[in-house]
Design a binder for this molecule. Structure first.
Ligand code: ZN
Length: 340
């Protein structure tokens, strides 16, 4: 018995030591940015347009863009107008792709007056594309969720960083491709109901507007504008290493510190959190579609009423958006070699 106890203690000690070592190795790895430029190379993003999109979507009139609300409808109308002005093509008659879903909450079973099951009949993704000149049947999907938390307890959650910023950067990428026609098709998806469990992305991947095999890669943007250390995280190169060289090439032209991580199995990473399931790239990854996810580390205004336009780092956000145009252009050019 004593021997068994001793070996159990040793095994537990060894596992704890392994996890601690794996964690410090992972943290050291994540703290080293890809080699970047001392000065920013700039890029084609129009600063005033980019910031206007964030300011508008995060304004009071949009009421925090909660799925199914009047504020969400206003956001849809704004995005349809922007898609049209940029010159994106709809699949069918409209950019709007409605879907329905329901959520279940075990916690609500213990909260009087709250339903266990909530049905959402009025959700919709906004989807458009630019047709490729050489291989139009192969698509790069650029995505960002436009929904946020709405009004809770009388407080408006504007979601400027989460995720008006990602939507604005996606629109900047769309404008770039309109001016520089791609060889492959590029699809732009503003997803609804991410905050309710990645519902818009799940509905899209379950029933895409083109055969799913034609979706060759996903660039997902969620929280790009709020960081005081000039740092952006990228997840996806661990499960999809073929994406790393193009990312390194883009990072080398940017003064933003590009950090890789949050994409390794939990034990190998010493329990450092994986973001592979954290946003709309998850359903793509699960369907075997390579992805890159860009997002800042969590901050004090995350999921708070203080996630306002005034709190974003505008200069940082412009730099990140130019980096993303470069990344998207490279993903499009190399689409045939980066996807399995
Ligand atoms: Zn988000």
């Amino acid at each position: 018995m004593k021997k068994i106890l001793l070996s159990m203690i040793l095994a537990a000690g060894a596992s704890a030591l392994y996890l601690a070592l794996a964690q410090s190795a992972e943290e050291a790895r994540m703290a080293r940015p890809l080699p970047g430029a001392a000065r920013d190379a700039g890029g084609p993003v129009e600063r005033s347009v980019l910031l206007d999109d964030v300011r508008t979507l995060a304004s009071d009139a949009f009421e925090g863009r909660r799925t199914g609300t009047a504020g969400s409808h206003r956001a849809r109308a704004y995005l349809r107008e922007r898609f049209g002005a940029i010159g994106l093509l709809p699949f069918g008659a409209d950019y709007l792709q409605p879907f329905a879903f329901s959520t279940r909450s075990v916690a609500n079973l213990f909260t009087p007056g709250r339903p266990y099951r909530t049905a959402y009949a009025d959700a919709a993704n906004i989807v458009g594309y630019i047709r490729g000149s050489a291989a139009p049947q192969r698509y790069l999907v650029v995505s960002a969720h436009y929904d946020h938390l709405g009004v809770r307890g009388g407080k408006l959650y504007p979601g400027a960083d989460d995720n008006a910023s990602g939507v604005a950067a996606m629109l900047a990428i769309a404008s770039y491709f309109k001016a520089h026609p791609p060889r492959h098709s590029v699809l732009f998806a503003a997803f609804d109901a991410e905050e309710l469990g990645l519902q818009g992305a799940r509905a899209f991947v379950a029933a895409p507007p083109v055969p799913r095999a034609q979706l060759r890669a996903n660039l997902n943007l969620d929280m790009l504008a709020h960081n005081d250390s000039n740092e952006i995280f990228v997840a996806g190169t661990y499960p999809w290493p073929a994406l790393k060289p193009l990312l390194a090439q883009a990072a080398a032209r940017s003064s933003v510190r590009v950090l890789l991580g949050h994409d390794r199995p939990l034990l190998a990473a010493g329990l450092v959190e994986s973001w592979n399931d954290s946003s709309d790239h998850a359903p793509f990854n699960e369907a075997g579609i390579p992805f890159l996810y860009f997002g800042v580390a969590d901050h004090a205004d995350y999921h708070a009423p203080s996630d306002t336009y005034a709190h974003i780092n505008a200069a940082f956000f412009v730099r990140v958006s130019n980096l993303l145009v470069d990344v998207a252009a490279r993903m499009e050019r190399e689409l045939d070699s980066i996807s399995p």
